[in-house]
Design a binder for this molecule. Structure first.
Ligand code: URA
Length: 212
Protein backbone atom coordinates (compact mmCIF):
# COMPACT_ATOMS: atom_id res chain seq x y z
CA UNK A 1 0.00 0.00 0.00
CA UNK A 2 1.30 3.42 -0.89
CA UNK A 3 0.83 5.91 1.93
CA UNK A 4 0.42 9.58 1.17
CA UNK A 5 0.20 12.08 4.05
CA UNK A 6 -1.43 15.20 2.66
CA UNK A 7 0.99 17.59 4.24
CA UNK A 8 -0.50 21.05 3.80
CA UNK A 9 -0.91 23.92 6.28
CA UNK A 10 -4.65 24.26 5.58
CA UNK A 11 -5.15 20.57 6.31
CA UNK A 12 -3.09 20.81 9.53
CA UNK A 13 -5.05 23.93 10.57
CA UNK A 14 -8.44 22.29 10.04
CA UNK A 15 -7.29 19.09 11.75
CA UNK A 16 -6.26 21.09 14.82
CA UNK A 17 -9.80 22.44 15.25
CA UNK A 18 -11.27 19.02 14.49
CA UNK A 19 -9.16 17.48 17.28
CA UNK A 20 -10.09 20.17 19.83
CA UNK A 21 -12.72 18.77 22.20
CA UNK A 22 -14.36 22.20 22.45
CA UNK A 23 -15.35 22.05 18.76
CA UNK A 24 -19.12 21.56 18.57
CA UNK A 25 -20.84 19.08 16.27
CA UNK A 26 -21.91 21.51 13.49
CA UNK A 27 -18.36 22.90 13.30
CA UNK A 28 -16.87 19.41 13.43
CA UNK A 29 -19.08 18.32 10.52
CA UNK A 30 -18.15 21.37 8.45
CA UNK A 31 -14.42 20.92 9.10
CA UNK A 32 -14.57 17.21 8.24
CA UNK A 33 -16.37 18.10 5.01
CA UNK A 34 -13.78 20.72 4.07
CA UNK A 35 -10.91 18.38 4.93
CA UNK A 36 -12.27 15.62 2.74
CA UNK A 37 -12.51 17.97 -0.21
CA UNK A 38 -8.82 18.84 0.22
CA UNK A 39 -7.86 15.17 0.68
CA UNK A 40 -10.00 14.19 -2.32
CA UNK A 41 -7.94 16.54 -4.46
CA UNK A 42 -4.81 14.55 -3.52
CA UNK A 43 -6.55 11.18 -3.71
CA UNK A 44 -7.89 11.65 -7.23
CA UNK A 45 -4.57 12.51 -8.90
CA UNK A 46 -4.72 9.21 -10.75
CA UNK A 47 -8.42 9.02 -11.40
CA UNK A 48 -9.00 7.47 -14.82
CA UNK A 49 -10.01 9.85 -17.56
CA UNK A 50 -10.71 9.60 -21.27
CA UNK A 51 -10.38 12.19 -24.03
CA UNK A 52 -13.44 14.28 -24.79
CA UNK A 53 -13.85 16.65 -27.70
CA UNK A 54 -15.57 19.98 -27.18
CA UNK A 55 -16.00 23.26 -29.00
CA UNK A 56 -15.07 26.45 -27.23
CA UNK A 57 -16.51 29.68 -28.66
CA UNK A 58 -13.22 29.90 -30.60
CA UNK A 59 -12.11 26.42 -31.66
CA UNK A 60 -12.48 22.69 -31.30
CA UNK A 61 -10.29 21.14 -28.62
CA UNK A 62 -9.83 17.86 -26.83
CA UNK A 63 -10.18 17.83 -23.08
CA UNK A 64 -10.83 14.97 -20.68
CA UNK A 65 -13.70 13.62 -18.62
CA UNK A 66 -13.96 10.74 -16.14
CA UNK A 67 -13.57 7.40 -17.89
CA UNK A 68 -16.21 4.67 -17.73
CA UNK A 69 -16.84 2.70 -15.62
CA UNK A 70 -17.13 5.66 -13.28
CA UNK A 71 -15.26 5.57 -9.97
CA UNK A 72 -17.13 4.14 -7.01
CA UNK A 73 -17.11 6.02 -3.70
CA UNK A 74 -17.64 3.74 -0.69
CA UNK A 75 -18.27 5.42 2.66
CA UNK A 76 -17.96 3.02 5.57
CA UNK A 77 -21.07 3.45 7.74
CA UNK A 78 -21.51 5.27 10.04
CA UNK A 79 -18.61 7.73 10.33
CA UNK A 80 -17.65 7.53 6.63
CA UNK A 81 -20.99 9.17 5.78
CA UNK A 82 -19.61 12.40 7.23
CA UNK A 83 -17.05 12.36 4.41
CA UNK A 84 -19.39 11.65 1.51
CA UNK A 85 -20.53 15.17 0.58
CA UNK A 86 -16.99 16.53 0.59
CA UNK A 87 -15.88 13.72 -1.73
CA UNK A 88 -18.85 14.03 -4.09
CA UNK A 89 -18.17 17.74 -4.46
CA UNK A 90 -14.92 16.75 -6.19
CA UNK A 91 -16.31 13.72 -8.07
CA UNK A 92 -19.97 14.57 -8.72
CA UNK A 93 -20.47 11.89 -11.38
CA UNK A 94 -19.03 9.03 -9.31
CA UNK A 95 -21.32 6.25 -8.12
CA UNK A 96 -21.80 5.61 -4.41
CA UNK A 97 -21.96 2.23 -2.67
CA UNK A 98 -22.37 1.70 1.05
CA UNK A 99 -20.60 -0.72 3.33
CA UNK A 100 -21.58 -1.07 6.97
CA UNK A 101 -18.76 -2.33 9.14
CA UNK A 102 -18.61 -2.03 12.87
CA UNK A 103 -15.80 -3.03 15.16
CA UNK A 104 -16.41 -5.22 18.15
CA UNK A 105 -15.15 -3.02 21.00
CA UNK A 106 -13.72 -6.06 22.83
CA UNK A 107 -11.97 -7.94 20.02
CA UNK A 108 -11.53 -4.76 17.89
CA UNK A 109 -12.37 -6.94 14.82
CA UNK A 110 -14.60 -5.60 12.02
CA UNK A 111 -17.97 -7.18 11.25
CA UNK A 112 -20.10 -6.42 8.12
CA UNK A 113 -23.71 -5.51 8.88
CA UNK A 114 -24.78 -3.74 5.68
CA UNK A 115 -23.76 -3.81 2.05
CA UNK A 116 -25.21 -1.82 -0.85
CA UNK A 117 -22.59 -2.06 -3.57
CA UNK A 118 -23.00 -2.67 -7.31
CA UNK A 119 -22.85 -6.43 -8.13
CA UNK A 120 -20.03 -6.05 -10.57
CA UNK A 121 -16.97 -4.05 -9.54
CA UNK A 122 -14.86 -5.32 -12.41
CA UNK A 123 -12.09 -2.81 -13.25
CA UNK A 124 -13.61 -0.21 -10.93
CA UNK A 125 -11.54 2.42 -9.20
CA UNK A 126 -12.86 2.62 -5.63
CA UNK A 127 -12.47 5.37 -3.04
CA UNK A 128 -13.10 4.12 0.49
CA UNK A 129 -14.02 6.76 3.06
CA UNK A 130 -13.43 6.18 6.77
CA UNK A 131 -12.27 9.03 9.02
CA UNK A 132 -10.09 7.00 11.39
CA UNK A 133 -7.59 4.29 10.48
CA UNK A 134 -7.05 2.93 14.00
CA UNK A 135 -6.38 -0.84 14.32
CA UNK A 136 -6.89 -1.24 10.56
CA UNK A 137 -9.47 -4.04 10.95
CA UNK A 138 -12.28 -2.15 9.20
CA UNK A 139 -10.13 -1.00 6.31
CA UNK A 140 -8.68 -4.47 5.77
CA UNK A 141 -12.18 -5.99 5.71
CA UNK A 142 -13.45 -3.30 3.31
CA UNK A 143 -10.52 -3.60 0.91
CA UNK A 144 -10.63 -7.41 0.90
CA UNK A 145 -14.34 -7.28 0.15
CA UNK A 146 -13.91 -4.84 -2.75
CA UNK A 147 -11.04 -6.89 -4.19
CA UNK A 148 -13.13 -10.09 -4.04
CA UNK A 149 -15.85 -8.27 -5.99
CA UNK A 150 -13.41 -7.29 -8.78
CA UNK A 151 -12.23 -3.78 -7.88
CA UNK A 152 -8.76 -3.27 -9.28
CA UNK A 153 -7.59 0.04 -7.87
CA UNK A 154 -8.46 1.15 -4.35
CA UNK A 155 -7.72 4.39 -2.55
CA UNK A 156 -8.65 4.79 1.11
CA UNK A 157 -9.11 8.31 2.44
CA UNK A 158 -8.84 8.88 6.19
CA UNK A 159 -8.62 12.05 8.24
CA UNK A 160 -6.23 10.49 10.79
CA UNK A 161 -4.27 7.25 10.88
CA UNK A 162 -2.37 5.33 13.56
CA UNK A 163 1.05 3.84 12.74
CA UNK A 164 -0.05 0.44 14.14
CA UNK A 165 -3.09 0.38 11.84
CA UNK A 166 -1.06 1.31 8.78
CA UNK A 167 1.44 -1.47 9.58
CA UNK A 168 -1.32 -4.02 9.99
CA UNK A 169 -3.00 -3.03 6.71
CA UNK A 170 0.39 -3.26 4.97
CA UNK A 171 1.03 -6.73 6.42
CA UNK A 172 -2.42 -8.19 5.80
CA UNK A 173 -2.79 -6.84 2.28
CA UNK A 174 0.77 -7.64 1.21
CA UNK A 175 -0.51 -10.57 -0.89
CA UNK A 176 -2.90 -8.36 -2.90
CA UNK A 177 -1.35 -7.61 -6.23
CA UNK A 178 -3.29 -4.41 -6.94
CA UNK A 179 -2.67 -0.72 -6.46
CA UNK A 180 -3.88 0.23 -2.96
CA UNK A 181 -3.23 3.76 -1.73
CA UNK A 182 -3.91 5.49 1.56
CA UNK A 183 -4.36 9.25 1.58
CA UNK A 184 -4.52 10.61 5.11
CA UNK A 185 -4.50 14.00 6.80
CA UNK A 186 -1.96 12.94 9.45
CA UNK A 187 -0.28 9.95 11.03
CA UNK A 188 -0.65 10.26 14.80
CA UNK A 189 1.54 8.88 17.59
CA UNK A 190 -0.11 5.59 18.56
CA UNK A 191 -3.22 3.71 19.64
CA UNK A 192 -4.21 3.57 23.29
CA UNK A 193 -5.36 0.41 25.09
CA UNK A 194 -8.97 1.04 23.96
CA UNK A 195 -8.01 1.24 20.29
CA UNK A 196 -8.34 5.03 20.13
CA UNK A 197 -5.88 7.12 18.17
CA UNK A 198 -3.60 9.33 20.34
CA UNK A 199 -3.80 12.32 20.29
CA UNK A 200 -6.60 11.71 17.75
CA UNK A 201 -9.97 13.40 17.98
CA UNK A 202 -12.05 10.92 19.98
CA UNK A 203 -14.87 8.93 18.41
CA UNK A 204 -15.39 10.41 14.95
CA UNK A 205 -18.93 8.98 14.57
CA UNK A 206 -20.04 10.38 17.92
CA UNK A 207 -18.54 13.77 17.22
CA UNK A 208 -20.10 13.91 13.72
CA UNK A 209 -23.54 12.85 14.83
CA UNK A 210 -23.72 14.50 18.21
CA UNK A 211 -23.60 11.48 20.55
CA UNK A 212 -21.15 12.40 23.29
N1 URA B 1 -12.46 5.26 15.74
C1 URA B 1 -12.65 6.54 16.15
O1 URA B 1 -13.68 7.13 15.87
N2 URA B 1 -11.66 7.14 16.85
C2 URA B 1 -10.51 6.53 17.16
O2 URA B 1 -9.64 7.14 17.79
C3 URA B 1 -10.33 5.19 16.73
C4 URA B 1 -11.31 4.59 16.03
Amino acid sequence: MRVHVADHPLIAHKLTYLRDKRTDTPTFRRLADELVTLLAYEATREVRVSPFEIETPVATTTGIHLASPKPLVVPILRAGLGMLDGMMRMLPTAEVGFLGLVRNEETLEAHTYANRLPEDLDKRQCYVLDPMLATGGTLIAAIQYLVERGADDITAITLLSAPEGIERVQAELAHIDLPVTLVTGAIDERLNEHGYIVPGLGDAGDRLYGVV
